[in-house]
Ligand binder design. Structure first.
Ligand SMILES: Nc1ncnc2c1ncn2[C@@H]1O[C@H](COP(=O)(O)OP(=O)(O)O)[C@@H](O)[C@H]1O
Ligand SMILES: Cc1ncc(COP(=O)(O)O)c(N)n1
Length: 263
């Protein structure tokens, strides 16, 4: 079985973060492992608090896995602060990790900061060059580039600018902007537009985490990146379409929608 590792924050309500990533890995037939960078108290309505892990213990978590198990892909989500980013960078380089997907998580959909403001540049400097692909949403792409993004042309310009920051391929996620929930992919030479169907009135959270971990799962299974992106988009669309009204806030996406009746 192929193995994927997520390095991210815990979401107590299970819609985003580590929990979404592990569900996605399992749903897509990949053995999932996790390194926790921070723990959030979070429900379908809001993030109420964050506790960051000690950076040295993040190192211990990562090193003990690479020392023991072959890892086919790595997804990076919430990284919280500069010390944790530096440790992740060092460990991934030392262990020659491949197929790294960086989701530059900055603020939750409910508006709570998940990355310290002073750590944005460190995330770009240390983790972007290690990534096979980075997957900013519109707000993150605006923050990284300093440009407003209101249409597909501006998404393309942002993708090129972000590509030049570290040489990783880029997907700017347009789920919230365009009719077809189209994501713009740039590989350093050309663009591709991954279109879906925008699902209305589903104010979900964890879509970005699920999308990036699905890309990592397909990379672990040996798919070329552009195929992995297409299949990840299909998977996340299905999970949004079948989302569950479990709490009083956002719907929670259904990672196992394709499994049908549970035995
Ligand atoms: N309402 C929606 N309908 C269909 N696809 C969506 C919707 N919202 C987001 N997506 C898709 O889900 C994936 C994650 O994107 P997004 O929600 O923008 O990430 P994030 O959680 O980082 O904000 C992208 O492929 C995006 O196009
Ligand atoms: C631990 C954790 N990681 C990431 C997100 C981002 O997810 P979203 O942007 O959908 O709120 C989150 N809410 N919580």
């Amino acid at each position: 079985m192929k193995v994927a590792l997520t390095i991210a924050g815990s979401d107590s309500c299970g819609g985003a973060g580590i929990q979404a990533d592990l569900k996605t890995f399992g749903a897509l037939g990949v053995y999932g492992m996790s390194v926790i960078t921070a723990v959030t108290a979070q429900n379908s309505k809001a993030v109420l608090g964050v506790r960051e892990m000690d950076a040295a213990f993040v190192r211990e978590q990562i090193d003990c896995l690479f020392e023991d198990i072959r890892i086919d892909a790595v997804k990076i989500g919430m990284v919280s602060n500069i010390e944790i980013i530096d440790v992740i960078g060092e460990c991934l380089k030392k262990n020659r990790a491949a197929n790294i997907v960086v989701d530059p998580v900055m603020v939750s959909k409910s508006g709570y900061p998940l990355l310290r403001p002073e750590a944005v540049n460190e995330l770009i400097k240390v983790l972007f060059p290690l990534a096979e692909v980075v997957t900013p949403n519109l707000a993150e792409a605006e923050l990284i580039t300093g440009d407003k993004i209101e249409n597909t042309g501006q998404m393309e310009r942002a993708a090129v600018k972000i590509y030049r920051l570290g040489g990783a391929k880029v997907i700017v996620k347009g789920g919230h902007l365009t009719e077809g929930a189209a994501d713009v992919y740039y590989d350093g030479r050309e663009f591709r537009h991954f279109k879906g169907t925008r699902i209305e009135n589903k104010n979900t959270h964890g879509t970005g985490c699920t999308f990036s971990s699905a890309i990592a799962a397909f990379l672990a299974r040996g798919c070329p990146l552009d195929q992995a992106v297409g299949r990840a988009k299909e998977y996340v669309s299905g999970a949004i379409r079948n989302s569950l009204k479990l709490g009083g806030g956002t719907d929670l996406i259904n990672h196992f929608y394709h499994l049908g009746q549970v035995p």
